[in-house]
Every structure is written in structure tokens, then in C-alpha cells.
Design a protein around this ligand. Structure first.
Ligand code: C2E
Ligand code: MG
Ligand code: MG
Ligand code: MG
Length: 288
């Protein structure tokens, strides 16, 4: 009887696994088609100076609206694209499209593009970046590439080489989701970063968890000692922003300052991001 139960459970499990892998296969096929049919879209989320509220740049976030399923989040389709290699073509599309779009803006804001560890493992990444900059006429100094610690773990020597080649172009590198990956301190010691992006989980606990606040403070001190600016991700409330101002955090990004928006909507009538403007208007910038 117990054996029959186990057998039934295994069959059920296999059925579910089949279902899951079928869904993944379907999604992979649809994603490939979406790329070919130009159905992917880029949203932009503002990054601001904590002390002045000034716009520092925009993070580029990939969006996919599936014809039947509707919005599919990147956390669902990026892993699928990484698994089957499609991330190479998608990543190239993201980079080229973002550079092309931002090249036509009135103001020379920076853009920050996420890179997958799979893209980073490719030996030609630096040449690809260089070619896209040339092709779109986009100023290298306006481009930032975001990588996470999982990128570095793969192959340290090669990653370091690629990072150097990219930085020689004038492109900057940000360490994304800092604080939740492995070997954070070794990463900072061994690799050249132009920015640290503190993972948003620290923001969500900032107000009620004294440990989270202590860690935020320590990371800000670390950033200052290493001379690397720190951006706080996931700022959702006025109180969080106030704490960041008190703690002299450099930059912030989050729903409170502006949601990711389609490119046509990021500039308000004033020519600046209106959400961020509103949040900062009437707020006295702290002296630094
Ligand atoms: P990420 O690079 O850490 O991007 C920040 C994520 O946090 C975005 O989720 C953004 O919408 C979300 N976010 C921003 N502010 C807030 C906030 O105040 N509260 C909360 N709860 N969330 C906030 P999204 O767009 O769903 O992207 C998730 C992840 O998918 C990104 O994390 C990044 O790792 C990956 N991703 C997105 N676009 C690309 C891309 O073009 N290429 C690659 N390789 N990965 C991408
Ligand atoms: Mg990012
Ligand atoms: Mg992040
Ligand atoms: Mg993330």
C-alpha cells in the first residue's frame, strides 16, 4: 500500500515535471518568436542622487507581453533564455536598442543595462559592446553595465579580463544585488567596480530591522573607503529615502522615485522624470 502510494506520487511528480518542462519549451519558442517579431520592449527606471534628487541615469529593464499569457516577468523568462542560449541574441538586442534610444534623448543621461552571466562568459563581449557603441554613435561614458556576483564566480580570470577591456572603452560597471550573493568582500577586493547597488532586500527591512540598518550603514562606509558610490535599490517609501539621506547614501532607485516606464513616458513635460521631481520638491537637500 505504501509502495503504491510512493509509485503514484512519483508518477504525479513526473507528470508535473513534464508539464513544467513543456511550459518552458513553449515559452522558449514564444520568446524566440517575440524577439524575431520585435515584440520585446524596454522600460526605464530612474536613478537619482540622494542628496539633491537630481537624475543620474536610468536602468534598462526588459519587458515581454506574451500574446496569450500577458506580462511575463524577467525572473521567469531570463532563466529560460539563459538555459537555451537565446540570452545572447536577446542581450544584444537590449544593448543595441537601449543605446539607440538613449542616443536620441535631449539630455545625456546614463543608462544601466543588465548583463547575464552567460553573456559575460562569451569571449567577444567587449568587442560586441564596442561595435554597438560605434554603430549607434552612443557615448561610451553614458553606458553602465550591471553584473551580479554570480557572473564573477564562473571564471574569475576571464571575467577580470573582460571587465578591464570593457572599462577601457569608457563604459562603467556596477555590481548589482550586492549583499545577497557569495564572497562579497572578495569581489570588491579583486574587481574594478564603479558602483555598488545594494540589494533591495535591505531597503524593505530598513525601518524595522536594526541589523539591516547596521548593514546598510556598513556598506556605505565600505563604499566611501573604497571610493565607490553606493546606490540603494528598492526605495519604496519617504522614510527609507530620509534614512538614506541621513546616512549619506549616494544614489537611490525604487518605486518611490519612479517606476520602470516605457521610453516615451520617462520624460515629463519638464523634461525630467516627474515622479522623482515630485518626491524631491520641497525637500531640503542635505549639505554634503
Ligand atoms: P535587477 O537588475 O536587480 O532590477 C531591479 C528589479 O527591481 C526590477 O525588476 C525592478 O522593476 C524592480 N524594482 C525596482 N524598484 C523596486 C521597488 O521599489 N520595489 C520592488 N519590489 N521592486 C523594484 P524586473 O524588471 O522584474 O527585473 C528583475 C530582474 O530581471 C532584474 O533585477 C535583472 O536581474 C533581470 N533583468 C531585467 N532586464 C534584464 C535584461 O535586459 N537582461 C538581463 N540579463 N537581465 C534582466
Ligand atoms: Mg540591475
Ligand atoms: Mg538589482
Ligand atoms: Mg535582481
Amino acid at each position: 500500500r505504501a509502495k503504491a502510494d510512493v509509485t503514484r506520487a512519483i508518477c504525479f511528480y513526473e507528470l508535473r515535471m513534464d508539464e513544467a518542462s513543456r511550459t518552458r519549451q513553449t515559452l522558449a519558442r514564444d520568446l524566440r518568436r517575440a524577439l524575431e517579431l520585435d515584440q520585446l520592449e524596454l522600460h526605464y527606471q530612474v536613478q537619482t542622487s540622494v542628496s539633491t534628487g537630481e537624475i543620474r541615469g536610468f536602468e534598462v529593464l526588459l519587458r515581454w507581453t506574451h500574446p496569450e499569457r500577458g506580462h511575463v516577468p524577467p525572473s521567469e523568462f531570463i532563466p529560460i533564455a539563459e538555459e537555451n542560449g537565446l540570452i545572447m541574441a536577446i542581450g544584444e538586442w537590449v544593448l543595441r536598442t537601449a543605446c539607440r534610444q538613449a542616443a536620441s534623448w535631449d539630455k545625456p543621461y546614463k543608462i544601466a543595462v543588465n548583463l547575464s552571466p552567460v553573456q559575460f562568459a562569451h569571449p567577444d563581449l567587449a568587442s560586441l559592446v564596442k561595435n554597438i557603441l560605434t554603430e549607434t554613435g552612443f557615448d561610451a561614458r553614458r553606458l553602465e553595465l550591471e553584473i551580479t556576483e554570480s557572473t564573477i564566480i564562473a571564471d574569475k580570470v576571464r571575467t577580470l579580463q573582460t571587465l578591464r577591456r570593457i572599462r577601457e572603452l569608457g563604459v562603467t560597471i556596477a555590481l548589482d544585488d550586492f549583499g545577497v550573493g557569495y564572497s562579497s568582500l572578495d569581489t570588491l577586493r579583486s574587481f574594478p567596480f564603479d558602483k555598488i547597488k545594494l540589494d533591495r532586500s535591505f531597503m524593505s527591512e530598513l525601518e524595522e530591522n536594526p541589523q539591516a540598518k547596521a548593514i546598510v550603514r556598513a556598506v556605505l562606509t565600505l563604499g566611501k573607503s573604497l571610493n565607490i558610490p553606493v546606490l540603494a535599490e528598492g526605495v519604496e517609501t519617504d522614510d527609507q529615502l530620509t534614512i538614506l539621506q541621513t546616512e549619506l547614501c549616494d544614489e537611490a532607485q525604487g518605486f518611490f522615485l519612479g517606476r520602470p516606464k516605457p521610453v516615451e513616458q520617462i520624460f515629463g513635460l519638464e523634461g525630467a522624470d516627474s515622479d522623482a521631481d515630485q518626491q524631491f520638491s520641497g525637500r531640503m537637500p542635505l549639505a554634503r
